[in-house]
Every structure is written in C-alpha cells, then in structure tokens.
Design a protein around this ligand. Structure first.
Ligand SMILES: NC(=O)c1ccc[n+]([C@@H]2O[C@H](COP(=O)([O-])OP(=O)(O)OC[C@H]3O[C@@H](n4cnc5c(N)ncnc54)[C@H](OP(=O)(O)O)[C@@H]3O)[C@@H](O)[C@H]2O)c1
Length: 338
C-alpha cells in the first residue's frame, strides 16, 4: 500500500490510536479516525461501533482499517467486556470489505493462563479483558482469510518524551504509590513486566500497511520478550521517576515498598486489610487484586518483533504523568492502619 491511501483508525482518540493516526499521517496517508465521542479535526468522527449504524461518510472502500478501539478495563463483568470488545469488532468486520487490509490490535496477555486463545472458558484467563480479547482474535480468524493481528504488552508513551494522549490502566500505580494506597508490592520475585512505547506500535502498523495485506492471518507480537524489565526493576524505575519529580518540586521522596508474594498477600494481608481499612483503601486494594496476575507473569512473552529498551520510556512517561497530575504526584503517602 503506497501513500496516500485511505485508512480508517478506530479508537483514534485513545492512547494507542492517537499515536497510530499521527504515524499514518506522517507517512503520507489520508487517515480518518473514529471514536465513541469523536475527536478534534475534520477527519475525526464519532461512531459508537456496535451500537450505532455506520455513518454514511465513513462507508468505504478503505485501503486499510486499523482497529484500536477497545475497553482495557480488567474488571468488567463478562457480558460488558464482550459488548465492549467483541461486539464492535463484529460490526466493524461486517462493515469492512474483504479487500481491505484489516489490522486488529490485541494484547500480549491474551494467551491467558493456558498459553493460547482457543479456550472460550473465562477461567482460562486472568480476567474478562483477556477473555474478551481472546474472543476477538478468534473472531478475526473466523471472519477473515487475510488479516494482521498485533499483540503487545503494557503501553507507555512516546520514546522522545513519554507523551501519552490518555492515561489509563497502568497509571493507577504511580497514583497509588504517591497516595500510599499500595502498601506493598504484591509480585512474584522473578516476575517480568514487558512494555512498549506507543511509537513502537504505531511504527509497526505503518510498516505492516506498507507491505500490504498478508497472504493469510499474520500474528506479530511486539515487546522486549526475555529482555523485559523484571517487576522489581520496573517498580524501581517508577519510583525513581516519581522521586526525581518530587525532589525537583520540594516533595519528600517515596520509600521503596516491601515485597509480598501473591499467595502470602491473599492469605494473610488481604483478610487483615478487609477488616481494618477504610473504603477508599479497600477500593484500591481490590483494584490491586486485578493487577496481581500481571505482576506475577514469570515467563517472558515470545516476541516476533523485539522493541528497543523501554526502561527509559517508562521513566519519561511516569515523569510526564507527574507533571500533568501534579496534585496526585505531590501526595504524601498515608500510613496504613490509621
Ligand atoms: N493500553 C495498553 O496498555 C494496551 C496494552 C495492550 C493492548 N492494548 C490494546 O490496544 C488497543 C487500544 O488501547 P488504548 O490503551 O489506546 O485504549 P484507550 O486509551 O482506552 O482508548 C480507547 C479508544 O477506543 C474508543 N472506543 C471504545 N469503544 C468504542 C466503540 N464501541 N466505538 C468507537 N470507539 C470506541 C474510545 O473512544 P472514546 O474516547 O470516545 O471513548 C477511545 O478512542 C485496545 O485494543 C487494547 O486492547 C492496549
């Protein structure tokens, strides 16, 4: 596909979709974006995919559709996760011609607890997000002879400055570390936390489109793989980034959090917490529970496309988060049990 080609990007106001739109524009394509609420600019449109008819102005043919729309929340009830992730994909596939190069964005965590996407059983996945994303991959396989599926792990900001259009998911962590809502690191000692930059995903999509539709269904997996940061190193990077900002702004630095193994946490700390903590703290603790699986991945992902080091990207992203969330970043952790 040579520029300028007409490309539709869904989820175009999101963390990943925004970066994809910018990269496609920079590559010379005529890029149109859709999101639920629509974005700024003439080529940004509102379309609640799966809930509303496709607006006439968005009918194809498109040279390529890059499907970035999704709901990354891990704690939705199964039927809501399905409606948020599977329903829109089904509607989009139905509205997209078979000749269009279809690129579906997925997650490295989609292989759940069994190392694959074949199972339809929720218990084979860590949460309803993974389960619903696995269903999206199966749907692409069922509906398309040719398509790209791109998996990647946790997304940080731009490589140059850590910029993100939207903060979600992972950023509960710096916020919770500053407020003291996370009392301990509940993680496997040898856990790995793989990350990519939005640039890695966006540049990859541009390359895929440049090469044209694949002969069949092609899976690529981005990440650091066996060179991903360990969980402890990741937390140190987050703390260093926060402390560099806090020190520069006259706020006392954060102490290192104690490590607790997940099993120990669930058996001893959580029952105690449930008895002694206030509602705000408990809400955070419940959120932390949803993330435990992610902090306990000890097998690196098998990557097909290894990205450059992401530790500096994590540092820049957290530092920029602090700059843009000053009130949260300034907080003094509240001691537990009081
Ligand atoms: N962020 C990560 O760490 C991460 C990691 C691995 C994989 N992924 C995958 O990457 C993709 C993008 O994630 P993200 O982090 O960029 O998400 P995000 O920041 O939460 O953005 C989601 C985007 O999708 C749009 N959207 C959601 N449902 C829609 C619908 N039914 N119709 C139209 N637009 C809809 C949203 O529109 P509104 O703004 O109007 O609501 C928004 O533009 C997802 O498929 C996700 O599974 C993300």
């Amino acid at each position: 596909m040579t520029p300028p080609a007409r490309v539709l990007v869904t989820g175009a106001t999101g963390a990943v979709g925004s970066a994809v739109v910018r990269a496609l524009d920079a590559a010379g394509h005529e890029t149109h974006g859709v999101s639920r609420r629509g974005g700024r600019g003439a080529r940004q449109h509102a379309w609640r995919i799966g809930q509303q008819e496709q607006p006439p102005g968005l009918r194809g043919p498109w040279s390529a559709v890059v499907h970035c729309a999704g709901d990354t929340r891990w704690n939705l009830p199964a039927e809501r996760a399905e409606a948020a992730n599977v329903g829109p994909l089904r509607a989009l596939l139905a509205a997209t011609g078979a000749d269009t190069h279809f690129v579906h964005l997925s997650s490295s965590y989609v292989t759940g607890l069994r190392g694959g996407t074949a199972s339809e059983a929720p218990e084979d996945y860590r949460n309803s997000y993974e389960w619903s994303k696995a269903a999206t991959e199966r749907l692409v396989h069922a509906e398309r002879d040719s398509a790209d599926i791109v998996r990647f792990p946790i997304v940080m900001g731009a490589r140059a400055d850590g910029f993100l259009d939207r903060y979600s998911g992972f950023f509960w962590l710096p916020s919770s570390m500053c407020s003291g809502a996370v009392p301990a690191l509940v993680a496997e000692e040898k856990g790995v936390m793989d990350m990519v930059s939005t640039d890695d995903v966006a540049d990859h999509v541009v390359r895929l489109l440049g090469g044209g539709p694949p002969a069949g269904r092609r899976l690529t997996v981005l990440g650091r793989g066996d060179r991903a940061q360990r969980v402890d190193a990741t937390f140190d990077t987050v703390r260093d980034a926060l402390n560099s900002w806090r020190t520069a702004h006259g706020v006392p630095p954060l102490d290192r959090l104690p490590y607790v193994a997940p099993e120990q946490w669930n058996r001893f700390y959580l029952p105690f917490a449930e008895e002694h903590l206030d509602r705000g703290q408990l809400t955070r603790i419940t959120a932390l529970r949803a993330y435990q699986g992610y902090l306990s991945v000890t097998e690196p992902f098998d990557v097909t496309d290894r990205v450059a080091d992401t530790a500096p990207v994590l540092h820049r992203s957290i530092r920029l988060w602090a700059e843009t969330h000053e009130a949260s970043a300034r907080r003094i952790p509240r001691p537990w049990g009081t």
